[in-house]
Design a protein around this ligand. Structure first.
Ligand code: GDP
Length: 196
């Protein structure tokens, strides 16, 4: 799949405004500031997603086309400290609906800062995905911030913790800055879009 040919389709305020539920979608999700926009931009070699957005703005589901009925989905970041409870609930509902109802969703990439992974909302998301039989690729972002030994230890620890959930979960270190894990990301996406 040629990720550098990704093209913006639309920004949807909720799942009813998404493109038709056909073909294959892969969604990116993570706490705000986890490095999701940077990962999407690095993968596609384009400035697709805005980095470091102001928290609390209208949260939209951004969709990008990769070709014949293959889409990348940029789900709104979660976990903003200052967002009102109402908005949090709304977002959780939209996320839950997307995960549970979207038939073309083939896999979800969950981005977590390698220095503080597996927060409550990350676990909610991963558990939702597993209970909906959606494979998960967990990317431990900003891996360049840790020395190699610590980085490997962190990956192993997250792998061990997630293995207990008995789902289809893959864990890799990732850095947009240094290109760490970029091949692993593209291989997993290729598997989801094209089959094993
Ligand atoms: P988003 O809110 O999840 O979309 O996160 P962004 O992509 O906007 O990144 C949040 C912050 O983390 C920004 O200041 C980025 O420059 C920084 N960041 C993102 N990826 C990396 C990375 O691979 N390494 C380092 N050191 N910083 C990163």
């Amino acid at each position: 799949v040629k990720y550098n040919q990704a093209q913006f389709i639309t920004s949807a305020p909720d799942i009813s405004k998404l493109p038709p539920d056909t073909g294959i979608e892969v969604a990116f999700a993570g706490r705000s500031n986890a490095g999701k926009s940077s990962a999407l931009n690095t993968l596609t070699d384009q400035k697709l997603a805005r980095t470091s957005k102001t928290p609390g703005r209208t949260q939209l589901i951004n969709t990008f086309s990769l070709g014949e009925d293959q889409r990348l989905i940029d789900l709104p970041g979660y976990g903003f400290a200052k967002v009102p409870l109402e908005m949090k609930k709304k977002w959780q509902k939209a996320l839950g609906e997307y995960l549970q109802r979207r038939k073309c969703l083939k896999g979800i990439v969950v981005l977590m800062d390698i220095r503080h992974p597996l927060k409550d909302l990350d676990m909610d998301l991963i558990n939702w995905a597993i209970s909906s039989n959606i494979p998960v690729l967990a990317l431990l972002t900003k891996a360049d911030k840790l020395k190699q030994g610590k980085r490997k230890a962190e990956v192993l620890q997250v792998r061990r913790a997630l293995a207990e959930l008995n789902g289809d979960i893959t864990v890799h270190a990732f850095s947009s800055l240094k290109g760490i894990g970029l091949n692993e990301l593209a291989w997993k996406l290729d598997e989801w879009y094209l089959g094993p």
